[in-house]
Design a protein around this ligand. Structure first.
Ligand SMILES: Nc1nc2c(ncn2[C@@H]2O[C@H](COP(=O)(O)OP(=O)(O)OP(=O)(O)O)[C@@H](O)[C@H]2O)c(=O)[nH]1
Ligand SMILES: [Mg+2]
Length: 397
């Protein structure tokens, strides 16, 4: 099972363009709201520096590919319908849409930084992207609040025996958000609240819902349409605004990524996704050459189109995952000579034992210890793995 990254945002911000650029799919894009209605899932990639060259080996990936020492590891990307104010009350595509978000482990909020679409995705001028950033957070918070309140009602309607606990009822009500009793309890306490909802007022419930949302829906902002001067001006203003300091904002041109990938497929340019430059290798007309030079100006200034960056920032920085390679303490290849076939993406604090169970419950059950293939040292089952570790699992079977 691979991680899923959800693209969210109001209509017409470029979610489908971003999706198509990252996955080379062909879902409809359009300058009108609700071009997309049903969510699409596609395969995108995250880059990981391959460990095989350190062992003088060439890897043979079973999924994804390796390009000049960079592994492209598959992840799922989900393109969902545009969200408009009032969605938590069923406006636009409403609650169905919000539930689609639960399929994602982490979100990329695509924002039209050019300010040329209003809050419902219709053409306008001078719209402040801050409004969109605020609105999406508020909308998610109100959705969470509604579900939180149902959990409180459920708790209050029950007989309060000695084992009644608000965190149990809330965790159950909010299970779709992949949270648990422990996390809920910690969040309640970190908000300075008692474990008794009768003592919470409206503001307490709101801040609790917001905090649970922040913990369960990590998010980065993709500042899209950065190929326009308006977007660049907004980007400078917002990234230096202290009120928005807490956000991670990645400058993006979904258009540029799509143009480069298409040109690469057509053999016109050589472009490695995520790279800060590209090479023209085919015949191009004067007009095409000028277009490509414009894109070059953008990608060299921003060190890439931002599409890869946004996906990787979401997965590795916001969600905190890490990539781990299989190896052998004596020889790198498996019994069929295949080298580092896998590159597993694991949760933040994953240990050797977690990796073993991730592979198969029998491997988890039979795990004795592991070997760190770089140092040749034995590591225990509770050892916390690092990003780009190369390990061999030693089991009873
Ligand atoms: N200048 C510029 N325009 C872009 C960029 N990305 C998307 N667009 C344009 O923005 C419009 C909307 O793009 P879509 O990808 O359909 O937007 P969406 O967010 O999927 O919209 P809905 O499906 O309606 O929610 C289209 O006209 C795109 O060509 C970009 O990086 N730069
Ligand atoms: Mg769309």
């Amino acid at each position: 099972m691979s991680y899923a990254i959800g693209l969210v945002g109001k209509p017409s911000v470029g979610k489908s363009t971003f999706f198509n650029a990252a996955t080379m799919n062909d879902v409809p894009e359009g300058a009108y709201p609700f071009t997309t209605i049903d969510p699409s899932v596609g395969e995108a990639y995250v880059r990981v520096e391959c460990a095989a060259p350190e062992f003088d080996e060439t890897c043979t990936p079973s999924v994804g590919y390796c390009d000049d020492g960079t592994r492209f590891v598959p992840v799922q990307l989900v393109d969902v319908a545009g969200l408009i104010p009032g969605a938590h009350e069923g406006k636009g595509l409403g609650n169905q849409f919000l539930s689609d978000l639960n399929e994602a482990d982490v979100l990329v909020h695509v924002v039209d930084f050019s300010g040329k679409t209003d809050s419902e995705g219709e053409p306008t001028e001078g719209h402040d992207p801050r409004d969109d950033i605020d609105f999406l957070e508020d909308e998610l918070d109100m959705w969470y609040l509604g579900i939180l309140e149902k959990g409180i009602e459920r708790f209050e309607s029950k007989y309060h025996g000695a084992d009644a606990s608000i965190e149990a009822d809330l965790a159950e009500q909010m299970s779709a958000f992949r949270t648990n009793e422990d996390e809920i309890k910690q969040t309640i306490l970190s908000e300075g609240l008692d474990l008794d909802p009768a003592t919470w007022d409206e503001t307490d419930r709101e801040s609790l819902a917001r905090e649970i949302r922040k913990r369960t829906k990590p998010m980065v902002i993709a500042a899209n349409k950065m190929d326009t001067p308006e977007a660049q001006a907004n980007y400078d203003a917002i990234t230096s605004d202290p009120e928005y300091e807490h956000l991670t904002v990645v400058p993006v041109s979904a258009h540029a990524e799509k143009a480069l990938k298409s040109a690469n497929e057509a053999g016109v340019v050589e472009y490695v996704p995520g790279a800060g430059d590209f090479e023209v290798v085919g015949d191009v007309s004067g007009e095409q050459a000028a277009g490509l030079e414009q894109i070059r100006e953008f990608v060299t200034a921003f060190n890439g189109t931002g599409v890869q960056d946004a996906i990787e920032t979401a997965l590795f920085d916001e969600l905190g995952t890490k990539a781990v390679f299989p190896g052998g303490a004596d020889a790198m290849g498996d019994d069929q000579g295949r080298v580092m076939r896998d590159c597993w993406i694991l949760p933040e604090r994953a240990t050797t034992k977690d990796l073993a169970y991730h592979l198969h419950s029998d491997i988890g059950d039979g795990l004795l210890h592991a070997m760190d293939c770089r140092s040749g040292r034995q590591i225990g089952t509770g050892h916390e793995l690092d990003h780009r570790d190369v390990v061999e699992l030693v089991t009873t079977s």
